[in-house]
Ligand binder design. Structure first.
Ligand SMILES: C[S@@+](CC[C@H](N)C(=O)[O-])C[C@H]1O[C@@H](n2cnc3c(N)ncnc32)[C@H](O)[C@@H]1O
Length: 279
């Protein structure tokens, strides 16, 4: 048996071990990128091969937060794809403004950059007090970073440019305090945010949402898991609620496209149609 085939078997056994021992099911993740992350994880733990890592992970529960963090790509930036935020601000905020209270769910929120981007724009639109923001991710470690809201200062220039392109009305640094070469977001932005671990591959409806953002998460999933996640969003949205995916993602092939109208194809922004709801 060649080395490549042996490694495929080791990866399959690693996935089984995570599922059977800890309930984390990565079997529906797109294979090529997942395989790279498993290989990197074995190196990260200093293991000679994946089988050796599987044995360690099976016997040492304390490794799990690190394993999940390394397998789940918590890469993000503030006001990522600024035109998406500009579109949300222009087209969706007026809809949110028609509710006395509304819920926004960020599924796969990584280190929180997307949540705080939304919080800033809501504050500038005078809508923050009416908002309840739910920030979820599979990774407990990513959520801890998100809660802290502390980021490396080197990002500021890029994020400040994104903020202006998204239609920000002030200067992004107004929302940060400098702390030992890092930037800490103003804590007033945290008031209406609930952070919670939620796994799109295993867990059920999380909240009743007026807007759901799940950006740059589905690209890591195989079609069956994409379908599961989108079905979960469909069930979670209020009538007429909005769903925003990543710009490289779409509802095509999820089996749910007919339940949604396209608000902006370029920005992967959809509205749940009345006949798309269950009631
Ligand atoms: C690339 S980041 C996207 C962050 C942000 N939404 C953005 O677009 O910038 C992908 C996030 O999805 C999370 N994720 C991966 N699998 C998940 C799952 N099964 N359930 C919930 N979150 C998941 C990862 O932990 C990671 O934080």
């Amino acid at each position: 048996m060649d080395a490549a085939r042996r490694e495929e078997i080791e990866i399959e056994l690693f996935v089984q071990a995570l599922r059977m021992r800890y309930g984390y099911d990565f079997s529906q993740y797109a294979h090529a990128s997942f395989k790279r992350r498993v290989q990197n994880l074995a190196m990260h733990f200093g293991c000679a091969n994946i089988a050796q890592m599987t044995e360690r992970v099976l016997h040492d529960t304390a490794l799990i937060p690190e394993v999940i963090a390394q397998l789940s790509v918590p890469v993000s930036e503030m006001f990522r794809d600024p035109e998406v935020f500009e579109c949300l601000r222009r087209d969706i905020f007026p809809v949110l403004a028609s509710y006395p209270h509304f819920n926004i769910w960020h599924a796969g929120c990584a280190h929180g950059e997307e949540i705080y981007s939304m919080a800033i724009l809501l504050q500038e639109a005078g809508l923050y007090e009416r908002a309840q923001i739910y920030a979820t991710d599979i990774s407990a470690q990513a959520l801890e970073t998100a809660k802290d809201g502390i980021y490396a200062a080197r990002h500021l220039q890029q994020w400040a440019a994104n903020y202006l392109r998204a239609g920000g009305q002030r200067t992004l640094s107004d929302y940060f305090h400098s702390r030992y070469g890092h930037l800490k977001l103003d804590e007033s932005l945290n008031r209406n945010i609930v952070f919670a671990q939620h796994n799109l591959a295993a867990d059920g409806v999380f909240c009743e949402a007026h807007l759901i953002l799940c950006r740059n998460v589905l690209i890591y999933f195989k079609p069956d898991l994409q379908r599961r996640a989108v079905e979960l969003f469909r069930t979670s949205l209020v009538r007429g609620g909005h769903l925003c995916l990543g710009t490289k993602e779409s509802l095509t092939f999820t089996g749910c496209a007919a339940s949604f109208g396209v608000v902006s194809g370029r920005n992967a922004l959809y509205r749940l149609l009345d006949h798309g709801t269950h009631d």
